[in-house]
Design a protein around this ligand. Structure first.
Ligand code: AMP
Length: 496
């Protein structure tokens, strides 16, 4: 099987003749750093040649003044990557540059294509050779090798063949493309720079930092091309998906809950108030008597404020985050992850001592961090710890780009809410319902991918991936839908 790369990443693109596009991309990637801290890369074109620099590390570690000056041109794409264990090798850093019958193409990918190995085998059978084991290279090679006079025809082939999530920025010597898969699982937006340039970014916060104006989101199934003549839009597969389904939006709900920055907009909604609404609903669904409400910083701060406002329980800062440690999940090794919690948070004893504390967090995935956070708060003197989570229990693995863990590692796939409460040693535990989570987003219900909570995948998941998910042997067949698993029946709040 191919490495599961191109996961939860940040992608960026800029077309701005006369501007320092590499530097603009550097700043864009910097704003998207929270989407991936493992590698960073920029590709530029000067109209004749493609220039590329990609390395392991944070954006500010990878790019120095000297490196940026080796990246001339009028257009650029960039990528910041997050990956799973074992996949962190340098040759997988993006953007990836491919050359083929249709010329040279740089590609940056956020998402995960679940049938990439089948696509790769088909391409290999026609004589195409590969340098990496990534799904991103498969998409790039398909685009430069497949039959088709125009880019639209080739994108149509890609969209008909690829099953999964792909928000892409692509660069040829004279055009920049922004593409979203027909389900729009990962975000991608368009901005206008200084009235003449164009920008693509995974999140709107990158536009804000560059002083670019938000134009709109790239639509599911849309190819947006920017060249010397301006912006052109097309929908190469119209209304039909690879498996024959009708195009519908299935933007990842977890982007609203956790991934995207609170100052980004998704589906027209600023995420900070969305998360405050999640917190307020959480109070409505799982009220509790307590003295203070704290959030696990930074991702749950807005939700904690919302919970406090709705409940009338005072909001306080009980944990201070050491901002420069990075996300604990980033460390692929479990021991490092455990130490990471202490490196990441410091409790404020004077605030917590003698208090009944509501702790709001956005999610429990493996259940490794949360017990340590609870323990830390108790050691600082809290008399009660009531955990409130602004999402439903995560019971199913993500095949579309979130490194959440396999099914065996997901605590809620294996334990009831009461068992999880015991595991994390909280006095009570309450999860926000799926309905409550979706309604707080302000989006039309049914337009999100809720697979990790509901088991309802928006497109067929190959058995081969399900084998991975279930930890069993599975069959080698591809593109066979798995039966939707049974929904959770356990109540979503429990008390000790
Ligand atoms: P755990 O108790 O080990 O499941 O960790 C829960 C914490 O991990 C919460 O504070 C979440 O904000 C955070 N979290 C959830 N998903 C991810 C992810 N994919 N990457 C990094 N952190 C995450």
């Amino acid at each position: 099987m191919l490495d599961q790369l191109g996961e939860k990443c940040g992608v960026f693109g800029v077309f701005a003749p006369g501007e320092d596009v590499a530097r603009l991309t550097f700043f864009g990637l910097h704003a998207l750093q929270h989407r991936g801290q493992e590698s960073a890369g920029i590709a530029t074109t000067d109209g004749k040649r493609m220039h590329l620099y990609a390395e392991m590390g944070l954006v500010s570690q990878v790019f120095m003044e000297e490196t940026l000056s080796t990246l001339p041109g009028h257009a650029a794409i960039g990528h910041t990557r997050y990956s799973t264990t074992g996949a962190s090798i340098q040759c997988n850093a993006q953007p990836f540059v491919v050359r083929g019958a249709h010329g040279e193409l740089a590609i940056a990918h956020n998402g995960n294509v679940v049938n990439a190995d089948v696509m790769r085998a088909d391409l290999a059978a026609t004589g195409v050779t590969f340098e990496t084991t990534t799904d991103t290279e498969v998409l790039g090679r398909l685009l430069v090798e497949t039959a088709g006079e125009t880019w639209d025809e080739r994108f149509a082939t890609l969209m008909r063949r690829a099953n999964g999530a792909y928000s892409l920025t692509l660069l040829t010597k004279d055009a920049l493309f922004g593409v979203r898969d027909p389900l729009g699982i990962r975000p991608l937006c368009i901005g206008r720079l200084n009235g003449s340039g164009w920008v693509f970014a995974s999140e709107t916060c990158a536009l804000d930092h560059l002083g670019a104006d938000f134009v709109r989101e790239v639509e599911p199934g849309e190819v947006v091309r920017i060249d010397a003549e301006g912006m052109h839009s097309s929908f190469p597969v119209g209304e039909t998906l690879p498996m024959g389904e009708v195009v519908r939006e299935a933007l990842c709900l977890f982007e609203f809950i956790y991934f995207a920055r609170p100052d980004s907009r998704l589906g027209g909604e600023l995420l900070h108030p969305v998360r405050m609404r999640m917190g307020a609903r959480l109070w409505g669904e799982h009220p509790v008597e307590a003295d203070i409400v704290i959030g696990v910083p930074d991702s749950a701060t807005a939700a904690a404020i919302g919970f406090a406002q709705a409940s009338g329980i005072p909001y306080a800062e009980g944990l201070v985050k050491n901002r420069y440690v990075g996300r604990t999940f980033i460390q692929p090794d479990q021991r490092l992850r455990e130490r990471g919690v202490r490196l990441k948070f410091n409790p404020l004893r004077e605030i917590l001592q003698g208090k009944r504390v509501v702790v709001v967090d956005d999610s429990i995935v493996r259940g490794t961090t949360t017990p340590r956070v609870v323990e830390m708060i108790r050691r600082a003197g809290a008399t009660e710890v009531h955990m409130r989570i602004t999402s439903p229990p995560i019971q199913y693995p993500c095949f579309y780009g979130v490194d959440m863990a396999t099914r065996g590692e997901l605590i809620a796939a294996n334990e009831s809410v009461e068992e999880i409460r015991q595991h994390i040693d909280a006095d009570s535990l309450g999860y926000l319902s799926l309905e409550g989570t979706v309604s707080a987003t302000g989006q039309i219900a049914g337009n999100q991918c809720t697979a990790c909570f509901s088991g309802q995948y928006p497109a067929a998941v190959p058995l081969q991936f399900d084998k991975f998910a279930l930890g069993g042997e599975g069959a080698p067949d591809h593109n066979i839908p798995v039966a939707p698993p049974e929904p959770a029946t356990s109540p979503l709040t429990v008390r000790a």
